[in-house]
Design a binder for this molecule. Structure first.
Ligand code: C2O
Ligand code: CU
Ligand code: CU
Length: 486
């Protein structure tokens, strides 16, 4: 009942009784776009970058961050940023065991970073706010991929500027594979399709409107999928796997199909579920990923939609993508009954509590020089995230976690897989079983934060270091100036 006010408001928006401008101040967006699209543009599929290893066995990924112009709305161009192109970036692909080296060249005229969201690696390679890349500079992190197959992504993370840099388009998928893959659709762009969902606001001339006002920041009514406005995708197989990434600044979507069909969630942020979970809708907040498998019959057409949910950050219904099935479909293998033998992450003994209130965590705003938490390498802990105000979400770098409960209740089946980001609705408490990695470094922190980017930029972020077990008490809680270049 605590959300009655928001529900009533959402109802008014749905019937068009409230104007858009009246709502921006309280954080709710406008009234959706259903019925306004014609689905005339083929879905853009980001190219794959999967370089052959060099003679030293290292796969080198050249990534150029640059400004450009892209046709986001048909017939109009917008000033955008992209990686190796004008807008968005390639899908990076690597396999467990690969040695990979990134060559991130900053060709922009301002400093930024590139963070590998979901990738487990040493803190100095993480691309968070401490790894700034000056204009003209090149950053060369290098590591060995050592985690289960997962749909990760990359985006900038400069403290206070992440909203703008992500919104302009420095975003791409980062797909990690392993040798345990069950028999799932895996032909990229055919039956294994990335869907980067991002809402935008456009000015009449087609330029991006960077109006980050309101409680949650930018909430736009035009949705781009992989940078494509008004998109359709031609289905050629009886099953298609979609890797859905919410790359929006703030928008939360409850995704499902216009005909309410059932489909299966097979994976979440940090890897596959143990078994496919049937759903009609799944809620996805910024930074989260869900892999789904959908059945199609020959010749049918159906619209993928983002529905309004019942939280304060969700709003109208949005048509996302039309799926048009060919008159003959290539048969896909049946969905395996078991997807992963990895047991769910077991909760540890140590409990840490995080209170989300306003745009701070435990009453504190982000301080680049302060270490908030010190965690021993390889630890299993319980993190309790108690949201005492409006909706947020919670992302932890370098870890994988499972959701133990939401307000004391077990999460739905499709939320029981390995994750790194979780939606925490207003006035809700979520408990996480967190598994930390082994890369100890007492002087370089990882981040945990709200992934609603305006909140993150306002300082809704904390820092933790991973240290050799037994050295927690001796670990300094402040960083020297050289440890945190701006
Ligand atoms: Cu998606 Cu701290 O990041
Ligand atoms: Cu991250
Ligand atoms: Cu938030």
């Amino acid at each position: 009942m605590r959300r009655r006010g928001f529900l009533a408001l959402a109802g008014l928006v749905g019937t068009g009784l409230l104007g858009v401008t009246g709502l921006t101040g309280c954080g709710a967006g406008a009234g959706g776009n259903t019925g306004t699209l014609t689905f005339t543009n083929p879905l853009r599929i980001p190219p794959v970058l999967d370089p052959k290893p060099g003679p030293d066995g290292v796969k080198r990924f050249p990534l150029h961050l640059r400004a450009g112009r892209a046709e986001l709305l048909p017939g109009k161009t917008a000033s955008t940023w992209g990686v190796n192109g004008d807008h968005l970036g390639p899908t990076l692909r690597a396999r467990r065991g690969d040695r990979i080296a990134m060559g991130v060249v900053n060709q922009l005229d301002e400093a930024t970073t590139l963070h590998w969201h979901g990738v487990r690696l040493p803190a100095v390679m993480d691309g968070g706010p401490h790894q700034m890349i000056a204009p003209g500079a090149t950053w060369n992190p290098e590591w060995t991929v050592d985690q289960p197959a997962a749909t990760c992504w990359y985006h900038p993370h400069p403290h206070g500027l992440t909203s703008r840099h992500v919104y302009r388009g420095l975003v791409g998928m980062f797909i990690l594979d392993d040798d345990q893959a069950p028999n799932l659709p895996n032909t990229y762009g055919v039956d294994d399709v990335p869907l980067i969902v991002q809402d935008k606001k456009f000015r009449p001339d087609g330029e991006l409107d960077e109006a980050f006002g309101g409680t949650f920041g930018l909430l736009g009514d035009d949705i781009l999928i992989n940078g494509t406005y008004n998109p359709f995708f031609e289905v050629t197989t009886t099953k298609v796997r979609f890797r859905v990434l919410n790359g929006s600044n703030a928008h939360v979507y409850s995704i499902g199909f216009a005909d309410n069909r059932t489909f299966h969630v097979i994976g979440s942020d940090a890897g596959l579920l143990n078994a496919p979970a049937p759903v009609r809708r799944f809620r996805i907040s910024p930074g989260e990923r869900f892999e789904i498998v959908v059945d199609f019959t020959p010749g049918e057409q159906v619209v993928l939609r983002g529905y309004a949910g019942d939280s304060d950050v969700e709003e109208g219904d949005y048509d996302l993508l039309k799926l048009t099935a060919a008159t003959t479909l290539k048969p896909s293998p049946d969905l395996p009954a078991t997807l992963s033998g990895v047991p769910p992450i077991a909760p540890g003994a140590k409990v840490r509590k995080f209170t989300l209130g306003g745009t701070n965590i435990n009453g504190k705003e982000m301080d680049m020089a302060r270490i908030d938490e010190v965690v021993p390498a390889g630890a299993r802990e319980v993190w309790e995230v108690d949201n005492i105000t409006f909706s947020h979400n919670f992302h932890v770098h370098e870890v994988a976690f499972t959701v133990l409960d939401i307000d004391g209740e077990a999460p739905p089946e499709h939320l029981r897989g390995p994750k790194d980001t979780v939606f925490v609705e207003g006035k809700t408490k979520v408990r996480l079983a967190v598994e930390f990695g082994h890369h100890a470094d007492p002087t370089t922190p990882y981040m945990y934060h709200c992934h609603i980017l305006k909140h993150e930029d306002k300082g809704m972020m904390g820092q933790f270091v991973i240290v050799e077990p037994g050295t927690e008490d001796r670990t300094p809680r402040t960083l020297s100036a050289k440890g945190h270049h701006h």
